[in-house]
Design a protein around this ligand. Sequence first.
Ligand code: TYD
Length: 154
Amino acid sequence: MTISVITMNILNSGSMIKNSIYDCVILPLDKTHNRAGNITIVEGQKNFPFEVKRIYYLYDIPGGGDRGGHAHRELRQLIVAASGSFDVLLDDGENKKVVTLNHPNYGLLVVPGIWRELMEFSSGAICMVLASDKYSAEDYLRSYNEFIQWRSLK
Ligand code: TYD
């Protein structure tokens, strides 16, 4: 009896399963090189951590402009600097780190439940996002306070 109660407590303990910024890693993408230039292909789930259901990209970002400033409850994303460079600030409510993206055949995996801000866009930068699901306004945590409260309930 005692053992099963302890087991249930462990299973219910949010801290055992909470994502952290250390789960957000840089992944190399496929690259085929020849004299005519490079091509990167994402096809199905080959060498890729999730099935891509949506792709969107940010461009014509004004100098000094910031994007992001939110977290997702469920969505997984791979963020790629398709052109130019920018920084991604990741925050799990306890730790923060800044990742610079500046090459089109590397992507930053952002797992659910991580606050992110995009900044320091170079001129002409294109931020391409491969996402695990369709757009859902309900999946967003748009205020930092809401994000911290949501994490504390996990
Ligand atoms: P948002 O994700 O808030 O952009 P960012 O955080 O990069 O500044 O999206 C900006 C607006 O575009 C917002 O009103 C929601 C809308 N939107 C869609 O309708 N579909 C999408 O796939 C995305 C990413 C955004």
